[in-house]
Design a protein around this ligand. Structure first.
Ligand SMILES: [Zn+2]
Length: 133
């Protein structure tokens, strides 16, 4: 039964659609790589340029901000690479929680998503419960 289920979900998305999402994700990835390069360049320029302690403090917070941005970029990059791997496996577009299909509309807007809208909403409800008791 499980084997049959996987087979069915695997064939949900046709080759052309998978390819389209693959191109989109690759595009996102290369744009992200360009941005990362800029960020790294920005950091290099800033290093040691301000001897004044006040400037150093602002430089420090600027660097922290840069690190946070880079961290977010790295996370997004991982997500994109995961999504590309799922395209190769043929599991792209399937919810990782319930195994059901993620709507193309949702994938268009957010190709790195791993959850269908129902599971996403459940997850957000759970998070809200954790946060507010
Ligand atoms: Zn789901």
């Amino acid at each position: 039964m499980i084997g049959r289920f996987i087979l069915e979900t695997r064939t949900r998305m046709n080759k052309a659609t998978r390819k389209r999402f693959g191109n989109k994700l690759n595009q996102m990835l290369s744009e992200l790589k360009e941005e990362v390069t800029h960020t790294v360049d920005g950091m290099r320029v800033g290093t040691g340029a301000f001897p004044d302690p006040t400037d150093r403090a602002s430089l420090e917070s600027e660097r922290n901000l840069t690190l946070r941005i880079r961290d977010r970029e790295r996370q997004l990059r991982n997500k994109i690479e995961d999504a590309l791997a799922r395209i190769d496996e043929g599991t792209f577009g399937n919810c990782e929680v319930c195994g059901g299909p993620i709507s193309d509309h949702r994938l268009e807007a957010r190709p790195v998503t791993t959850l269908c809208i129902d599971c996403k909403e459940t997850e957000e409800e759970d998070e809200a419960k954790l946060e507010y008791g």
